[in-house]
Design a protein around this ligand. Structure first.
Ligand SMILES: N[C@@H](CCC(=O)N[C@@H](CS)C(=O)NCC(=O)O)C(=O)O
Length: 219
């Protein structure tokens, strides 16, 4: 069975855990505690030299980069609904996955660091940093919003694909992140009425304070 090294509270880990659930891909979770810095342990660095999570191990394959993990898992279980084989549909999905990792995640991440991580660690959000990012965020959100103006899901014609999960992940704590999404109605509808209603998204819920259901139940 595939092993996934992850801490369910982080953006790219939740992406993979929700994505694997959408795909119906069985896996074993190996918990790597992000705030304890376990991603920097020598044992983990042997799997992922980037000292970042998540990572996936399947036999002799050691894979990092969350979107590569979703692509691999989809093909491994043969889920062609969530990752169609049609050349053009697949190119479209791959394009959104690359855009997410190179443009969208870095922009949303600024809001996560300033409004969630910094206050949690006892410092304050820097309004200048948030102001400087606003233009880039709205440019990118506008691209996604226009894409969603005439469709329910980002790619394909039927249900959700791994592109929807990947694109929603950097916004997963949007309220706490104070992501300015109100100006983007199609994006908001897709997030609230689409992705957030999916069982795979609900099962991987993370709340303000980086709380998971498991942590909540234990408290
Ligand atoms: N492009 C990578 C990014 C992975 C990443 O940035 N992970 C964060 C958590 S979401 C991390 O572990 N950062 C290392 C650190 O802050 O020590 C992916 O998609 O897997």
């Amino acid at each position: 069975m595939m092993k996934v090294y992850a801490d369910p509270i982080t953006v790219n880990c939740r992406k993979v855990l929700a994505g694997l659930d959408l795909l119906g891909a069985p896996y074993e979770l190996v918990h790597v505690d992000y705030f304890k810095g376990e991603q920097k342990s020598p044992a983990y660095l042997a799997i992922n030299p980037n000292a970042s999570i998540p990572a996936l191990v399947d036999g002799d394959l050691e894979l990092w980069e969350s979107n590569a993990m979703l692509q691999y898992a989809a093909d491994r279980v043969g889920n062609e609904e969530a990752y169609p084989r049609d050349l053009k549909l697949r190119a479209d999905i791959n394009r959104w996955l690359l855009w997410e990792s190179s443009s969208w995640f870095p922009s949303c991440y600024v809001f996560l660091v300033e409004n969630c991580v910094k206050p949690l660690l006892g410092s304050q959000a820097d309004p200048a940093v948030l102001d400087a990012q606003a233009g880039q965020f709205h440019k990118l959100a506008g691209i996604l919003d226009r894409r969603l103006s005439d469709r329910t899901w980002v790619a394909g014609t039927r249900g959700p694909t791994i592109a929807d999960i990947a694109l929603a992940a950097p916004m997963h704590l949007h309220g706490w992140q104070k992501l300015p999404i109100a100006d983007h109605p199609n994006l908001s509808r897709w997030l609230f009425d689409g992705v957030e209603q999916l069982p795979c998204w609900k099962k991987t819920w993370v709340g303000e304070g980086f709380i998971t259901r498991k942590a909540e139940a234990a408290a």
